[in-house]
Every structure is written in structure tokens, then in C-alpha cells.
Design a protein around this ligand. Structure first.
Ligand code: AMX
Length: 438
């Protein structure tokens, strides 16, 4: 058994025993109440699912197995000469709860390289799609096209003991994580660079090799990818891509089917597509104003026009967070350290000053602060990755790590089919009528 699988097995076996006992001894204890405005309003805040890999605090932001983003920056192993965390390290952390050593991360990087070949049918499937198919649609279809390779699905068909679900899910998760940068890079080069593909450089780490296969050789861009693919990986279980992956997975659909479901959720403009929307919105603003250096007053007027047209300001607001997203701050710090005089970055910083008071003044926006998507596009533009329809795929490559580490946990804990109760509006009205009679 490989060292990560062995460690995960040890940890998960202990947690599974605790969870079983918790359910048996305290299963009837109430952890939350549900209000009608939560039933109607997208189930915000209802504590109703188990998710081991990360937890989100409205003020502090995300913690992965207890470690916040500055902790990850400090503690996770880095590439030689680099200062950004390696995403391989975060995957190890999410599965084991332990910060890995440099050797452990090197092992994982080699292991993913070993598993990274794309099955032939993937290329055939992607090539059958028209070039104007959105990169996220190509990505989701590409993931599905690998499904016939699922170790879980094939073993399940042969007859698989429940106790072994986690083991084959781990194999699927490792294979998908290994292949996903290659799939994303293939889609990028086919869509924007005439199918001029670049062979992997297996002397590089997972994120560095991804940057190389996209066609970006600068060390700063590789560092950006290491940071980017770390901070987008997981945001507890209730966000749409994580929850969709979990829901599909709860039917015992394998990692490929589950991840594709999650990626379809990520492709929505209120979720992961917001990173492309932000750049689209800024570009429209600078085109309309005829300047790449708009004043703060000009930005404020443009924000007000956006709102008056009944649109959201992309990159701002969050269903859970109530402060500037630490993932936004991490990207801002990266830009402060590595980038000088980038007009789009400056606009992002000016928007950060201008937007919150305007959103606050509406009196209904619960979080006027920037989220992760407000900054990422400006960094990519600076390094020359200007094709912003592709940005959500980058998010998806990273999110794959979190949702598949979680799928391993769900299988190891034996979590059941997810099936919440829905009610009709007539049921709610009747419920109130009955309550009023009491
Ligand atoms: N611009 C304009 N209005 C906004 C807004 C924004 N950025 N954020 C929230 N609002 C509005 C909502 O549309 C809602 O209006 P309504 O009552 O007229 O329908 C009202 O404020 C209350 O919404 P909320 O409770 O503060 O937010 P929510 O939990 O319903 O939604 C989110 C959260 C992210 C969908 C929302 O803030 C939004 O649409 N933001 C812009 C899109 C975006 O950046 N999405 C990316 C989020 C991060 C991610 O998942 N990658």
C-alpha cells in the first residue's frame, strides 16, 4: 500500500469509529433549527452535512484541517527556490490532517506523474467538440470521457465489499488529480493555440508542470499557479461545486461522474465563473470609458450603472464570508510582491476601495467585500494568460483536489445517500396556518 493511502487508512479508520459512536450515542441531539427564510433562501447556514477537509469561518475565512492560508504559506513544502505552497502538500494535508514533509510531497508529485497519462478516448472526445464549446463544458465532458476507467465503477460491477469503497475511490481520486492538469492544458492549447500542444516536463512539480503545459515558462507564473491551485482547492462542503460533487457521489457514482457534476456547478456565474465575469466586467468598463486607468469616480459610476441594470458586481459578496476573502488577500500580497505597474491589477485594487461602500449602501448585501474571484483574473492577464473564458477551468483543476479528497473521506466514513426533505409553498402556508391556531 502506498504511503499516503496507508496514512489515510489509519486516520480514516479512527475517525470512522468516532463518527459511528457519535451517531449511535448522540444521534438525536439537535445541532440547528431551520427557519422558513432558509427553506426559501437556498439553505444558507443550515448545519447539515459532514465535511472533513476544510471549515469556513465567516470572519476568519477558510481553514484546511485547522490551518488557515497564512499557515499553509508558512508550513507547506515549496518548490526549489520558490516561496509558494505546493498543492500536492495540501492534498496530503486534506487526506491525513498532517503537514507533509518535503519527501512526502516529492513522492506524491512523482506518483501523480506516473498516473498522468490521458486515456486515448479523452482526446478523441475533446476533439469531437466544436472549438467554440466553452472550456468548462469541454472540461466536464473530458472528465466524463475518462469514466470508463473508474476503478470504483469496474470493481463495483464485479462485486465490491462496502468496506473497500474507500480504497478504490482513493485510486480514482489519485488518477484524476494526476490527469486533470493535462486535460485542462490540452483544452487550453486546442482552443487558443491551434492545437499546438506541449509535452510535460516531469522534472517539474504538479503546478509548475501545469504552467509549462499551458505554455507559460516564467518562474513567477509557476509560483502563481502553485498559490492559485492551493487556495482554490476547498471551501468546506456547502458551496455549490463541493456540494454537487458530494451529492452525486452519495449515490455511489464514481469520482469521474461526481467531479463532472461538481464542475458543472462551478461553471455558473454566481460561483466559479465569476473569475471570468470579473475580467469581462473590467474590460467592458475600460472599453466604455476609453481608458485603462479609470479614476475612482469613474469606477464608482460604472458600478452604479451595473447595479441599475439589475446585474451583480462580479467578485463581490459571499454566501458565508463577512470580511474580505483571505484568498483575495493572498493574491493581492502576491501581486504586491511580484508585480509592478500592471493596469488591471491597479483597477482591481481601486475597485476594492470603491465597491464595498456602494454595496453596503444598498442595505441588502450581506457581504460587500471581495471574494476569491475578484483578483485572480488580473494576475493571469498580467502574465499573458488573457483568454478569460478559460479561467474557471483553472479554478476547477484546483477544486478537484478538495472535492476528491472529500469523496475519499465520504467513502471511508460510509456516508449514506444524501436526501434532504423538500416542501411546497402550499405546505409552508398550511404549516403557518396550523401554527397560528395553536
Ligand atoms: N452585487 C450586487 N448585488 C449583490 C451582490 C453583488 N456582488 N452580492 C449580493 N447581492 C445582492 C443579492 O443579489 C441579493 O439581492 P436580492 O435580494 O435583490 O435578490 C442581496 O444582495 C442579498 O444577497 P446576499 O444574501 O448578500 O448574498 P447571497 O448569499 O444570496 O449570494 C453571491 C452570494 C456570491 C451569489 C452574491 O454575493 C453574488 O451574486 N456575488 C457576485 C457573483 C460572485 O462574485 N460570485 C462568486 C462567489 C465566490 C465563488 O463561489 N467563487
Amino acid at each position: 500500500m502506498d504511503p499516503l493511502k496507508l496514512k489515510f487508512k489509519e486516520k480514516a479508520t479512527a475517525v470512522a469509529a468516532n463518527v459511528k459512536k457519535l451517531n449511535k450515542d448522540f444521534g438525536e441531539i439537535i445541532v440547528d433549527d431551520v427557519r422558513i427564510n432558509q427553506v426559501i433562501g437556498g439553505m444558507r447556514d443550515i448545519k447539515s452535512m459532514l465535511w472533513e477537509t476544510s471549515e469556513l469561518d465567516a470572519i476568519e475565512g477558510i481553514r484546511f484541517r485547522g490551518y488557515n492560508i497564512p499557515d499553509l504559506h508558512r508550513l507547506l513544502p515549496k518548490a526549489k527556490g520558490g516561496s509558494e505552497p505546493l498543492p500536492e502538500g495540501l492534498f496530503w494535508l486534506m487526506l491525513t490532517g498532517e503537514i507533509p514533509s518535503q519527501d512526502e510531497v516529492n513522492w506524491l508529485c512523482d506518483e501523480w506523474e506516473r498516473r498522468s497519462e490521458l486515456p486515448k478516448q479523452v482526446i478523441k472526445t475533446i476533439e469531437s467538440l466544436s472549438l467554440d464549446t466553452h472550456p468548462m463544458t469541454q472540461f466536464s465532458i473530458g472528465i466524463l470521457s475518462m469514466q470508463s476507467d473508474s476503478v470504483f465503477a469496474n470493481k463495483y460491477r464485479e462485486g465490491l465489499n462496502k468496506a473497500d469503497y474507500w480504497d478504490v475511490t482513493y485510486e480514482d481520486a489519485m488518477n484524476v488529480c494526476a490527469r486533470i492538469p493535462k486535460l485542462a492544458a490540452y483544452i487550453y492549447r486546442r482552443t487558443y493555440h491551434n492545437g499546438n500542444h506541449i509535452a510535460p516536463d516531469n522534472t517539474l512539480d504538479w503546478a509548475g508542470n501545469f504552467a509549462h503545459q499551458l505554455g507559460y515558462e516564467g518562474e513567477d507564473f509557476k509560483e502563481l499557479m502553485r498559490l492559485y491551485l492551493t487556495i482554490h482547492a476547498d471551501h468546506e462542503g456547502g458551496n455549490a461545486s463541493a456540494h454537487a460533487t458530494h451529492l452525486v457521489g452519495s449515490t455511489l457514482s464514481d469520482a469521474y461522474l461526481s467531479l463532472s457534476g461538481g464542475m458543472n456547478a462551478l461553471a455558473g456565474p454566481l460561483h466559479g465563473l465569476a473569475n471570468q465575469e470579473v475580467v469581462g466586467w473590467i474590460t467592458e468598463m475600460t472599453d466604455t470609458l476609453g481608458t485603462t486607468t479609470p479614476s475612482k469616480d469613474q469606477i464608482a459610476n460604472y458600478v452604479k450603472e451595473t447595479l441599475a441594470a439589475g446585474k451583480v458586481v462580479p467578485g463581490y459578496g459571499h454566501a458565508v464570508l463577512r470580511r474580505p476573502d483571505p484568498r483575495f488577500i493572498a493574491q493581492k500580497e502576491f501581486a504586491e510582491k511580484n508585480i509592478k505597474n500592471a493596469p488591471m491589477v491597479q483597477i482591481v485594487w481601486d475597485v476594492f476601495e470603491v465597491v464595498p461602500p456602494i454595496l453596503e449602501s444598498l442595505g441588502k448585501v450581506k457581504n460587500p467585500w471581495p471574494n476569491v474571484d475578484a483578483h485572480s483574473g488580473a494576475l493571469l492577464i498580467h502574465y499573458g494568460l488573457t483568454e478569460y473564458n478559460f479561467y474557471t477551468v483553472l479554478f476547477g483543476v484546483s477544486r478537484t483536489l478538495g472535492v476528491l479528497a472529500s469523496l475519499c473521506w465520504s467513502r471511508a466514513l460510509g456516508l449514506p445517500l444524501e436526501r434532504p426533505k423538500s416542501v411546497s409553498s402550499a405546505w409552508l402556508m398550511n404549516f403557518i396556518e396550523e401554527k397560528n391556531k395553536q
